[in-house]
Design a protein around this ligand. Structure first.
Ligand SMILES: NC(=O)c1ccc[n+]([C@@H]2O[C@H](COP(=O)([O-])OP(=O)(O)OC[C@H]3O[C@@H](n4cnc5c(N)ncnc54)[C@H](OP(=O)(O)O)[C@@H]3O)[C@@H](O)[C@H]2O)c1
Length: 252
């Protein structure tokens, strides 16, 4: 695609608002509309822009896509919404970048089926930084399987469960979940650290989340990469690995 990628953002909650701040100001994208579930008293435009906020209770996704065509949608709503727009996407070949963290197995089977007719990326963790950390940690683990691995995660005082991202890192590196240390204090947004203990050196890979806008940066990366892919189902890691392979092969 050489023109600006026309985007429809689905979901305007805590994450969606931050993502709109990024996609609405990035010159590579034309954020055409934002869809949320209900109409409410808030302004019907994203602040300081003319990007309309549309209630999906008042029109179907089919109507929305016909009235306001887009090349892609970015989903920060709920797992169920996939089924409300899936066939409308499939019919028009509209791309999908979905950040939904809690898809069921059935939802994922359905999302994969959309990949037969269009380009789909689903990522339960859409920050560029965490995905880069995971890929880098995986490579180091491969190069140095003898090094001790410890995972430290820190979050705000009231987060009850062990971070899903820390579990994913442990799973990817094939280390026991017992190697995760969780610290809870203050208002930390999200800190993940993978420590490789060698006999004569220590390597620490650290990611700190600062603001939810990081989800928008990840979505922007995914959109640009996915626009150059064939139809199919991708993960964030697939897209990141494409960039790394091209870089390693010396292809611009
Ligand atoms: N992958 C990642 O790294 C990542 C990061 C952050 C969040 N997420 C995911 O993003 C989603 C949203 O998180 P959040 O914290 O922003 O939640 P939230 O504050 O509850 O916002 C949810 C939004 O979805 C909208 N919505 C619900 N059903 C819809 C439908 N059928 N059509 C259109 N919009 C609909 C809601 O509309 P109303 O405003 O009208 O209620 C609301 O704006 C969650 O699934 C979360 O797991 C993923």
């Amino acid at each position: 695609m050489t023109h600006k990628i026309r985007v429809g953002l689905v979901g305007y909650g805590k994450a969606g608002k931050a993502v709109a701040n990024i996609l609405g100001t990035d010159p590579h994208f034309d954020l055409r509309w934002i869809a949320r579930r209900s109409a409410n008293a808030e302004p019907q435009m994203h602040p300081d822009t003319d990007i309309p906020i549309i209630s999906i209770e008042q029109q179907s996704f089919d109507e929305l896509f016909d009235r306001h065509p887009v090349d892609t949608i970015v989903d920060f709503s709920t797992p169920e919404t996939l089924h409300a727009y899936g066939e409308a996407l499939r019919k028009r070949g509209i791309m999908l970048v979905s950040a939904i963290s809690a898809y069921s197995e059935d939802d994922l089977v359905y999302a994969r089926s959309l990949g037969r007719d269009t380009r789909v990326m689903c990522s339960p963790n859409i920050t560029l930084g965490i995905n880069f950390l995971i890929v880098a940690a995986k490579l180091l683990r491969k190069a140095a399987p003898f090094a001790d691995v410890e995972i430290v995660e820190q979050h705000f005082r009231d987060k009850p469960e062990i971070s899903g991202t820390a579990r994913k890192i442990a799973e990817t590196l094939e280390v026991d979940a017992e190697q995760i240390t969780s610290l809870r204090f203050g208002g930390i947004v999200g800190h993940h650290e993978v420590i490789f203990g060698f006999p004569h050196q220590t390597v620490r890979l650290i990611h700190d989340s600062i603001r939810r806008e990081a989800f928008g940066t990840g979505a922007a990366f995914a959109l640009e990469q996915l626009a150059n892919c064939d139809n199919g189902f991708y993960t964030f890691e697939d897209l990141l690995m494409r960039v790394m392979r091209a870089e390693l092969a010396g292809i611009p």
